[in-house]
Ligand binder design. Sequence first.
Ligand code: ADP
Length: 343
Amino acid sequence: MPLKIVRNDITKMECDAIVNAANTSLLGGGGVDGAIHKAAGKALLVECKKLGGCEVGRAKITNAYKLSCKHVIHTVGPKWNGGNCGERELLQSCYKESLNLALNNDCKSVAFPLISSGVYGYPKDKALKVAVDTITEFLTEYDMLVYIVVFDKSAFQISEKLFSDISSFIDDRYVDTHFIYRRNRPIVTDESDESIESQSIDGSKKHKTATPHCTCASAPKAISLEDMVSKIDESFSQMLLRKIDEKGITDAQCYKKANVDRKLFSKIRNDINYRPSKTTAIAFAIALELSLADTKDMLMKAGFALSHSNKFDIIIEYFITHENYNIFEINEALFAFDQSVLG
Ligand code: ADP
């Protein structure tokens, strides 16, 4: 996936370049700047002293010394001053300049902290949105693996309303799963029962008909293994390509929206039996804005399901049934519920 949001200490990131949220002097400071200088060693400061500072919104590159990456890109974010003083444009410029420097220095991977969101006071959720939007736009033109490294969860702040909507959606489905389990138990213990009375969640009695056991003589003839194999259904790869055609979008539009790497996409395209990971399959379903039924079908072709026994799956189901296919918002919600994010 070309854009990944991870929770980590940026000095520990294994990639070609890490970005430093520096100040205009470039002579080191607190926060992430202090952590990077400490991990890189004194030689970094010696090189920084030769750079003559850096303006807000601009970026400069140095070696990385004791860090495991090759370069440090120093950029100076704007101080938050209420939001009407060009903060957004300056912050966008930090990301663009840093990405261009990474590109011109042959970096295949780069990690950003949430610039300006510490001492400089840019609200973390807004800072994250600027980071995601600017990086995503860059990645529509260039191939690079970009990480956004978030230190704490407050960068992901979904509204109280959305949080409580998703919470009750999850609760309903968890209860539903357990309820179905209880309701089905007697069928297992007493196979002769054709129906079963059970208590619903609100306390009322429900009458449910159990699936009758097939004892009739005219059961369909067993099909041979050869017949079954010849009837193998459309594969994941075939369904993906069909859906791309049906939606009238290009391959590139699809894999970029899904935040899936071009190489991975061509593997899927060229191998009819390719089995993607579950998150990749979901990312394609979201990018293609599939219905819940189609999403389940597509996942099944990759050997997966959306279950009601884990929160990740239920949150994905929530967004699909609400026809909200915004990966950014889905990720915010996944993060808020301590789930791993897509991409
Ligand atoms: P700024 O002055 O641009 O606000 P800060 O260093 O104060 O820069 O903070 C920028 C962001 O980096 C904050 O969200 C902070 O939580 C985060 N941060 C601080 N230390 C690290 C670290 N070691 N790795 C990743 N992020 C960090």
